[in-house]
Design a protein around this ligand. Structure first.
Ligand code: PLP
Length: 458
């Protein structure tokens, strides 16, 4: 156990938290009679809470963020050095770390050449929506303004990104929403919508059907996660992406890949889209960009898109958008060091090796526990879908999966589960440990899940 954690009396902190902090995604009623969890320290894959309890964190900060693990002094040093030299200036001017990070990042993203900095995944995605709307106004005579998004995908928490969200329980009660966001079907083969052999191609064709229904001339953008994250860890089936790209080209629709979760190594490649041979027009990223050591997001695009905003004769031509904290120099300073760590420590390779181990562990668990209907994922991004009955695929209740998470925590492992997202289908356990995970960590995580499943489902 950490010496720092042990030596502190954190009771007053717990009381201050209970009295004043409104936690994200949390129902506070039970916290009237129990303590909130307060995480006070981390090292590698491990975190300690305010009571001194140690956990293996199998979800990288709860929401797939801390890709390089906790306690990275070199990132803290890079941020500190940058802040004392120059902490902030609006991104209407440049900064040394922003220029350096943009260059280093784009070396990993052939075909893309421009980075627009912001500070959250939602914000990065909204930038794309605004760019597409402006392109529609200036270059398509007001047409091509609609944005397609996919059932079960998530792109953020603001009103516009919720309008582009395929998770009804995230969006419920926050409407009305803006016009022009149109949903296409999800592509999860386990929950078949079409009885065909080439499922991936059929799921892509369903996008074309929506395009034809809406009118191709009205549609400017298709926004997709490379692998759906919170919506249930959905890896698109073979044939999907080639067909999706062909459809986008056919109807002159820009392709936006939301890499907020998969970006920076989560799937064993720098970006999730690189697993599938995708050539995107926009890529957005946030969480793993600086592994949570600083707030930073990037909206990345091509020179061709960038050029559409160049016209010195028209005062309205440039992208008239600003993100105040997109100018914080600590973000790109942290991101540059984060990227160096992933590269120099061979974390993509480790991610693939440990991801393969996690997958085979999960397949072994599936042999043992009838409740595991499907296991899926890529690299260190894995999910298992739990069902009451493998034949009917009836999902387990969200309550029972919450018990699995609690039982794993009792055994010292923090795991994730889809929650309040897709009505009736919040039945997927999600894992995304830091890319530094060892074989022993992977096995300890698996053991805790094994025991938790036995306790909850017998
Ligand atoms: N896109 C995806 C795929 C996400 O999973 C998330 C958050 O979980 C977001 C966007 C939104 O990012 P943020 O919470 O930084 O706004």
């Amino acid at each position: 156990m950490s010496a720092v954690t042990q030596s502190n009396d954190l009771r007053p902190v717990i009381e201050a938290d209970r009295a004043h902090v409104w936690h994200h995604m949390v129902q506070h009623k039970p916290l009237e009679t129990s303590d909130p969890r307060i995480i006070v320290e981390g090292k590698g894959l491990r975190v300690w809470d305010a009571t001194g309890r140690e956990f293996i964190d199998a979800v990288s900060g709860g929401v797939w963020t801390v890709n390089v693990g906790y306690g990275r002094t070199s990132i803290a040093d890079a941020v500190r050095d940058q802040l004392v030299r120059m902490n902030y200036f609006a991104q209407s001017a440049g900064s040394i770390p922003a220029a350096r990070f943009a260059e280093a990042l784009l070396r990993k993203m052939p075909g893309l050449s421009r980075v627009y900095f912001g500070n959250s995944g939602s914000e990065a995605n909204e930038k794309v929506f605004k760019m597409v709307r402006q392109i529609a106004q200036r270059h398509h005579g007001g047409r091509k303004w609609k944005i397609l998004y996919r059932d079960r995908d998530y792109h953020g928490t603001t009103i516009a990104t919720l309008a582009a969200g395929g998770q009804a329980e995230r969006a419920a009660m926050y409407g009305p929403y803006p016009e022009g966001f149109v949903m296409v079907p999800h592509c999860l083969e386990y929950r078949k919508q079409w009885d065909v052999e080439n499922y991936g191609e059929r799921a892509a064709d369903a996008i074309e059907e929506v395009i034809l229904r809406e009118g191709p001339d009205s549609i400017g953008l298709l926004c997709l996660e490379p692998i759906t994250a919170g919506g249930g860890v959905i890896v698109p089936p073979k044939g999907y992406w080639d067909r999706v790209q062909a459809i986008c080209r056919k109807y002159d629709i820009l392709l936006h890949i939301d890499e907020v979760v998969c970006g920076l190594g989560r799937t064993g490649t720098w970006f999730g889209y690189q697993n599938f041979g995708i050539k995107p027009d926009f890529v957005t990223m946030a969480k793993g960009v600086a592994s949570g050591y600083a707030a930073i997001s990037c909206t990345v695009t091509t020179e061709a898109i960038f050029d559409l905003f160049k016209d010195s004769a028209d005062p309205m031509a440039h992208f008239r958008d600003i993100s105040t904290f997109g100018g914080c120099a600590g973000g790109p300073a942290a991101a540059l060091e984060n990227l160096r760590i992933i590269e120099d420590e061979g974390l993509l390779e480790n991610c693939l090796a440990m991801g393969a181990r996690l997958e085979s562990n999960f397949l072994a668990l599936q042999e043992k526990h009838a409740v595991i209907g499907d296991v899926r994922g890529v690299g260190l991004f894995r999910g298992m879908e739990l069902v009451v009955d493998r034949a009917t695929k009836e999902p387990v209740s969200e309550k029972s999966i919450g018990q699995v998470v609690a039982e794993a925590a009792k055994r010292g492992v923090i795991i994730g589960a889809s929650n309040r997202s897709v009505p009736g289908l919040n039945n997927v356990i999600c894992l995304a440990p830091a890319l530094v995970a060892t074989a022993a960590d992977i096995d300890a995580i698996t053991d805790a899940i094994d025991q938790a499943l036995s306790v909850v489902y017998g």
